[in-house]
Design a protein around this ligand. Structure first.
Ligand code: GAR
Length: 217
């Protein structure tokens, strides 16, 4: 079967982009990263795309008078590259309802919390302040509301004594890099399908046991 053509939208460092590039380099992975778009001209993630020989574009939101104009340019780039699925990976621009509904079921995002808790910015700092014992990350379909939309997958990590924002972010990021390629694969293979507001899994995806902090039997 032909591989799905995936675009990754970034604004910065691009470590999740790298995780997707690495996964897609595996012969049995069902996607190829066909396009990387950054809304910031000097995003470090663009170098990762260049190194991997992936077509890249900068579409700087500052060059457009309105959000709609920016998204029209983005849509053109996605269409020209015949993109099937779009992954947001640290893409820090709000997308309009119209863009989200155009790409409904084919547009996903990763966020460094166990949604629906801790949407938005400064997530790690807020989790430490709140004293939560479990943190994590979520891959979800994008809906018009920020960091919301049907959840495809989540990974949990403990918050440990002595954690600061950076330590917790690093622990979560390690899981982001594993979770995102897995969820994209499930989506492309039709094993995680959007059904109303939820994403039912195929019956064969069954986790084992519980993850707790402190540990429980
Ligand atoms: C990641 O931690 C991602 O979850 C987060 O931005 C970071 C991007 O890092 N996204 C959000 O907060 C979306 N609301 P990366 O550029 O190294 O992938």
């Amino acid at each position: 079967m032909a591989k799905a053509r995936v675009a990754v939208l970034i604004s910065g460092r691009g470590s999740n982009l790298q995780a997707l590039i690495d996964a897609a380099a595996q012969p049995d992975y069902p996607a190829e990263i066909a396009l990387v778009v950054s809304n910031r001209p000097r995003a470090a993630g663009l170098d990762r795309a260049a190194k991997a020989g992936i077509q890249q574009e900068t579409i700087d939101h500052k060059d457009f008078a309105t959000r709609d104009d920016f998204e029209a340019a983005l849509n053109d780039a996605l269409k020209i590259s015949k993109i099937d699925f779009v992954c947001l990976a640290g893409f820090m621009r709000l997308l309009t309802d119209s863009f989200a509904s155009d790409w409904r079921g084919r547009l996903i995002n990763i966020h460094p919390s166990l949604l629906p808790a801790f949407k938005g910015l400064h997530v790690h700092e807020r989790m430490i302040e709140a004293g939560v014992k479990l943190a994590g990350c979520t891959v979800h379909f994008v809906s018009p509301e920020v960091d919301a939309g049907p959840i495809i997958g989540q990974a949990a990590v403990p918050v440990l004594p002595g954690d600061d924002e950076d330590k917790l972010a690093a622990r979560i990021l390690e899981q982001e890099h594993k979770l995102y390629p897995v969820c994209l694969r499930l989506l492309i293979e039709g094993k995680a399908r959007l059904s109303g507001h939820t994403v039912p899994f195929a019956d064969d995806i069954v986790p084992d046991g519980a993850f707790a902090n402190p540990p429980i039997e």
